[in-house]
Design a protein around this ligand. Structure first.
Ligand code: PMP
Length: 387
C-alpha cells in the first residue's frame, strides 16, 4: 500500500473493471502508460539485448564515488539535461537509484546527522505528494520524522523541506516555504520536463531528484537519479543504496540509458533522425490535447473546478505556454464534501485530498492514462450534472 498505490488492491489493479452499467475507470495512481504508443512507434530503436555473460559483476566503475553507476547511463543523463536545459549537472555527483523512491530514502539518511538528540523534522507544503509521509515514517527511523505541512512548521530546529516542482498533486511551480536557518532542501524535480511545464531556468539546487518514470514513462524500469553537490552527502547516499540493495540493476540502467539516448537523439538539432518525432513534441501535444479535453468536460459539468496556471516562456521549446501537469487537481464545488466518494459513485477512482494533507473536496486525477481510458473519463465527467 506504499507509493502511488493507496487504493490499488487486486480488485482495482485492472484499470478497466467491468461493472454493471459502465466500467470502473481507475485514475488513482500515476502510472504513465500514456507514453506506450510513442515507444511502440520507435520500434527497435530502443531495444536492448543483453547476453547471459554480460554485466554480471556487482561493480560498474570503482574509480567513481557511485561505484554502481553505469557510465553509459551517466552520459545519457548529462546529455539530456544539457539538451533540455532543466538542470545543471556540472558540480554535481550523479547517484543512481531504484526509482527516485530509493533516492528519497537515501537522501533522508544522508542529510541527517547520526547523533542528533531528536529525529530531524521532514516537511513539505500541502498539498504534498502522498507518499512522502508514508515513506518517511515507514521504518520509524530515529534519524528523521514526518512533520507535515511546511506552512505550519514552527519549530526552531533543523529540518528537511521537500520541494516538489512542478508539484504532485496540484501542478504548481514551487519554492521552499519555510526559509529558516538550519533548513536543508531536497528538490524533487520528477515533473520538471517540457511536456509538463515551461523550462524557465536550469535548476542548480544542492540535491535534485529525477526519474525516468515521469520523464519518459518507464516507471517499470525503476530508475531514478540524484544530482548532488555535496560530496559527503553523495557518498552517504551511495552507502545507503549499497546497504539497501548493493547497487542498482545494471540491466535497468542500460535500458534507461538507451531510452534517454533515444529521447536525446529525437530532440538533438545535430544529427536527429528525421523519421522520428521528437519525444517532447509528442508528449507536449498529447498533454495539451488532454488538458483542453478535461477543461471542456469540467466546464460542461459545472460541478467542478481546476487550477489555472500562469503562462511562462520555455527556453527549451522557445514558446510560451501554461503548465499542463501530469495530474489534475480537481475540486468539487458546491455541497459535495467528499469528492473521492462522489466520483467513486460514478465509477471513477481518484485519490482524495486527505492523502495530500488537505480537505476531501479535492481529488487528484492521473493525466497519464492510456488514451481510451482518458477519453472515457472525460466523457463521463462532462455528463455528471447534479449531486
Ligand atoms: N516523486 C514524485 C513527486 C512522484 O510523483 C513520484 C512518482 N509518482 C516519485 C517521486 C517516485 O518516482 P519513482 O517511480 O522514480 O520511484
Amino acid at each position: 500500500k506504499l507509493v502511488e498505490t493507496t487504493t490499488w488492491s487486486t480488485s482495482t489493479a485492472h484499470k478497466e473493471v467491468e461493472d454493471g452499467g459502465g466500467r470502473v475507470i481507475n485514475l488513482d495512481h500515476g502510472d504513465p502508460t500514456m507514453y506506450e504508443s510513442f515507444w511502440q512507434q520507435m520500434g527497435d530503436r530502443t531495444t536492448v539485448v543483453i547476453s547471459g555473460w554480460q554485466y554480471i559483476s556487482y561493480f560498474s566503475d570503482v574509480t567513481k564515488l557511485c561505484w554502481f553507476l553505469e557510465p553509459e547511463f551517466a552520459r545519457a543523463v548529462i546529455r539530456l539535461h544539457k539538451l533540455v536545459g532543466n538542470a545543471i549537472t556540472e558540480g554535481h555527483h550523479i547517484v543512481v537509484g531504484t526509482g527516485s523512491t530509493q533516492l528519497f530514502q537515501a537522501a533522508l539518511y544522508a542529510l541527517c546527522p547520526p547523533n542528533a538528540s531528536e529525529p530531524m523534522s521532514v516537511v513539505s507544503a500541502a498539498p504534498f505528494y502522498s507518499s512522502y509521509p508514508l515513506m518517511t515514517d515507514f521504518l520509524e527511523s530515529g534519524l528523521y520524522k514526518w512533520a507535515g505541512d511546511a506552512h505550519k512548521f514552527s519549530k526552531n530546529r533543523p529540518y528537511i523541506e521537500l520541494v516538489t516542482s512542478p508539484n504532485n498533486p496540484d501542478g504548481s511551480t514551487r519554492q521552499a516555504v519555510v526559509n529558516r536557518n538550519q533548513g536543508i532542501l531536497v528538490h524533487d524535480l520528477a515533473y520538471y520536463w517540457p511536456q509538463y511545464t515551461p523550462i524557465s531556468f536550469p535548476a542548480d539546487h544542492d540535491l535534485m531528484l529525477f526519474t525516468v518514470s515521469k520523464s519518459t514513462g518507464h516507471a517499470g524500469t525503476r530508475i531514478g537519479w540524484a544530482l548532488v553537490k555535496d560530496q559527503e552527502v553523495a557518498r552517504k547516499m551511495t552507502k545507503f543504496i549499497e546497504l539497501n540493495t548493493i547497487g542498482v540493476s545494471k540491466d535497468s540502467q542500460l535500458r534507461a540509458a538507451k531510452i534517454l539516448q533515444a529521447v536525446g537523439d529525437s530532440c538533438d538539432p545535430v544529427g536527429s533522425d528525421e523519421e522520428v518525432q521528437p519525444f517532447f513534441d509528442y508528449s507536449y501535444i498529447l498533454m495539451e490535447k488532454r488538458w483542453k479535453q478535461l477543461r471542456a468536460a469540467v466546464k460542461n459539468s459545472r460541478l467542478f473546478s481546476l487550477p489555472d496556471f500562469p503562462t511562462a516562456f520555455c527556453n527549451f521549446s522557445g514558446c510560451s505556454f501554461e503548465p499542463q501537469p501530469a495530474f489534475a487537481w480537481l475540486k468539487c464545488e458546491g455541497e459535495i464534501e467528499d469528492c473521492e466518494s462522489f466520483l467513486r459513485g460514478h465509477k471513477i477512482l481518484t485519490r482524495g485530498g486527505k492523502h495530500f494533507g488537505v480537505c476531501p473536496k479535492y481529488v487528484r486525477i492521473s493525466m497519464l492514462e492510456r488514451e481510451k481510458n482518458f477519453d472515457l473519463f472525460t466523457q463521463r465527467l462532462s455528463t455528471i450534472q447534479s449531486w
